[in-house]
Design a protein around this ligand. Structure first.
Ligand code: H2U
Ligand code: ZN
Length: 350
């Protein structure tokens, strides 16, 4: 019996997240409470390959009058409603130390994965996803090489439930003058661990997961996907490079193809869980691009999906979670077991 299956884990306990240096309260017995909520069986797939109203479909008009060209694989453009601007001026001086502000310059882009409006990563071919991986690598290199851009955040909001404004397959890139709080927190943790243990926190964590074998969802030659020990969201996963490397800039050709493969594997299982287009926010955490070496950084991606029991029943971060700390009911081990047991073939294609 591995440590995570000890009977004690069936009682409320808290687990530590060494990346965020945060705790999560785990209350496995709560899953026994009755549930009579609705169960929605709509798959969320429209089957519409071209939508004349979609601003990301080839040949259509976007906000501000730009025309999305008739692209054939990947199409990248500057966000017409960018949250960051490359030439933001310095804000006025602080009226009080308690009213502090700083300039934040940056660039926001949108990456369309495919001209077909109806597709998603798990339903694109590996070759098609590989083209997206190459685009991400190019964007990371291009934006990261600009001295005023110290971080490149690539992320995908999928599904209206997660705030995606459009079902067309796409992601966003926000690149900022300062390292944002989430990766900044990870940077601190990875740096401190490296200094103390002379090794990498995520390499060591991966070794523990391979030994325990209870939280692994899927893997290939270069990547492993786990429900992390410290997961907060019900089916949250962490995608880890098996080799210690910081960013897409360090990927070998085979690793880029492997990344395309593992992204499809992970999201296919997600869709198969409730036979729906599974909503999530996901993003890559890569080395900061602040002009210094980052030997401590370990390439990974987080998937934060909100769904709990069905295609419509989601977890809310409210109550104790807003005022106290995050909490979950199903254990990461049982979430991993469920995801692992699902077919690797997408339910619409099986
Ligand atoms: P989300 O689906 O994750 O919201 O991403 C879509 C982005 O597309 C969003 O950031 C941008 C929005 O600002 N957008 C344009 O740049 N042009 C448009 O015509 C509409 C939406
Ligand atoms: Zn479209």
């Amino acid at each position: 019996m591995s440590s995570s299956e000890q009977p004690s884990s069936q009682f409320p306990h808290r687990r530590y997240n060494p990346l965020r240096r945060q705790w999560v309260l785990v209350s496995p017995h709560r899953t026994q409470r009755p549930w009579q909520g609705e169960v929605d069986k709509s798959s969320g797939f429209s089957g519409v390959h071209y939508d004349p109203e979609c601003y990301l479909c080839p040949g259509n008009k976007r906000a501000g009058g730009h025309i999305t060209p008739r692209y054939e694989s990947v199409f990248i453009f500057d966000n017409d409603y960018a949250a960051l601007l490359p030439d933001s001026p310095e804000p006025p001086p602080d009226a009080s130390p308690l009213l502090h502000s700083e300039r934040e310059r940056g660039v926001c882009r949108v990456v369309c994965f495919h001209p077909d409006h109806s597709l998603t990563i798990p339903r694109m071919t590996q070759e098609e996803v590989r083209v997206v991986v190459d685009a991400w690598a190019d964007q990371y290199a291009e934006l990261g090489s600009q001295s005023e851009l110290r971080y490149v955040q690539i992320f995908e909001n999928r599904g209206a439930m997660m705030g995606a404004s459009n079902p067309h397959p796409h992601c966003q890139i926000w690149s900022t003058e300062h390292i944002p709080d989430e990766p900044a927190q990870e940077l601190e943790s990875l740096t401190a661990y490296q200094a103390e243990k002379k090794s990498c926190l995520l390499c060591d964590y991966l070794a523990v997961e391979h030994k325990e074998q209870t939280r692994i969802v899927c893997e290939n030659e270069h990547f492993t996907v786990v429900v992390p020990w410290w997961a907060v969201w019900p089916f949250e996963t962490l995608l880890l490079a098996r080799r210690h490397m910081g960013s897409l800039a360090e990927f070998e050709d085979a690793e880029k193809t492997s990344l395309a493969d593992i992204l499809r594997q992970a999201t296919t299982r997600y869709d198969n869980l409730f036979e729906t287009s599974f909503p999530y926010t996901m993003g890559f955490h890569q080395s900061p691009t602040d002009g210094v070496a980052h030997p401590e950084w370990h390439f990974h991606a987080h998937y934060y999906p909100p769904l709990l029991r069905s295609a419509t029943v989601r977890k809310f971060m409210v109550g104790f979670e807003m005022l106290g700390m995050p909490q979950r009911d199903i254990t990461p081990e049982s979430a991993a077991e469920r995801l692992r047991s699902l077919s690797p073939v997408h339910f619409t294609q099986g």
